[in-house]
Design a protein around this ligand. Structure first.
Ligand code: UT7
Length: 332
């Protein structure tokens, strides 16, 4: 087994801002309700001619620049996304063409709801640890505005667009410690695309409350599993492992889910109040839930603003349609 690490990050968010005040002109809602129930004040919406592919390209170009590699060094491209239109050929191939990546590059999309980035990241990790490739690009990119029903107040206040990318590379020392991937296929009907009239892939529909309950529990479980894969650690041992973690980068779905998961971590590990909450990175206020982009975007912003730095131990943890959930434990 080889070691793998993150050597560069990048992200892209569209210019257009959709605020809570804009939304209250569109559906029966209020800024107060949205802020109190979700923590979101605004989200970014892609232009007509922007897609998951064009946003992914911009994020990946920035990650390449940040890592100091040449684009020809990339040996594989793994894209977490849910909004490729038409659904095939893949967004990865489209991105590779636009960017002029190497001719024989293998590329593919991973479709695991909002957990798609964590799954794609874990595949990239395994490619490197197994010795198949030395340099892998992993992208999370979604244009959720294309599948959001702006007449449904239960969903349209949550979602936005964006992209994030990381470059993974074989490294002399351990960077990516491990990943945990989870699923609950029986709950697939809680979050899906419903056709509403004619064309397209349909619009997001969900049982918000049930997804909320699942998310809080699943994120905590995944944090535990990535710290203690065998599940044999006692409370004291698990707490000691958790205390080594500098920050948690959760999927930005709802600030209450994030803080609820933190409270549960504090209860189950008997931590002083605030200890897990203070570790949570929250970017949702400005960007909403942009699905597979939310974690790599928060990672990139946090590195660029100094909230986290090289050497820190972070957990990236998410959940999404499927239902799926996952976490990646990484020494930056
Ligand atoms: O990436 C994964 C994607 N999914 C998620 O992350 C969703 C997870 N779920 C959630 O984040 C929350 O469940 C929501 C934010 C979607 C909803 O918050 P909630 O606290 O679970 O509210 P609720 O669904 O229990 O609804 C409470 C009330 C209802 O009215 P009644 O029946 O009590 O009269 C809703 O109709 O709030 C109403 N409501 C709204 N009111 C104003 C629902 N949406 C809105 C809205 N504005 N936008």
């Amino acid at each position: 087994m080889y070691h793998a690490g993150i050597i560069g990050t990048g992200s892209y968010i569209p210019e257009r801002i959709l605020t809570n005040h804009h939304l209250k002109e569109m559906v029966d809602t209020s800024d107060k309700w949205i802020v109190e129930r979700t923590g979101i004040r605004e989200r970014r919406i892609a232009a007509e001619d922007e897609t998951n592919v064009t946003m992914g390209v911009k994020a990946l170009e920035r990650a390449i620049e940040n890592s100091g590699i040449h684009r020809e060094d990339i040996e594989s491209l793994v894209v977490g996304t849910n909004t490729t239109e038409p659904v095939w050929p893949s967004a990865g191939g489209h991105m590779a063409n636009i960017m002029g990546l190497r001719k024989d590059l293998p590329f593919f999309d991973v479709q695991a709801g909002c957990t798609g980035f964590n799954f794609a990241f874990s595949i990239g990790e395994m490619f490197i640890k197994g010795g198949q490739y030395r340099t892998v690009a992993v992208v999370g990119t979604d244009k959720l505005s294309a599948i959001t029903d702006y007449e449904d107040r239960n969903t349209c206040v949550l979602f936005g667009d964006g992209a994030g990318a990381v470059i993974l590379k074989r490294t002399p020392h351990e960077g990516i410690v491990r990943s945990h991937l989870g699923g609950n296929a029986k709950s697939r009907d809680l979050l899906l695309l419903l056709k509403k009239g004619g064309a397209g892939n349909g619009y997001i529909w969900m049982e918000g409350r049930k997804v909320y309950t699942f998310a809080r529990r699943a994120m905590v479980e995944s944090c535990f599993r990535v710290l203690d894969p065998s599940g044999t650690a006692g409370k004291k041992e698990l707490r000691a492992l958790f205390e080594q973690v500098t920050k948690i980068i959760p999927h930005q779905a709802n600030a209450r889910i994030i803080m609820g998961a933190a409270e549960e971590l504090e209860t189950r590990l008997e931590l002083p109040p605030g200890e897990a909450k203070n570790k949570m990175i929250v970017t949702i206020e400005q960007y909403g839930n942009n699905s597979t982009a939310s974690i790599p975007l928060a990672l990139d912003i946090s590195l660029r603003t100094g909230k986290i730095k090289k050497g820190d131990l972070v957990i990236m943890v998410g959940f999404g349609a499927g239902l799926t959930y996952a976490a990646n434990l990484v020494r930056l």
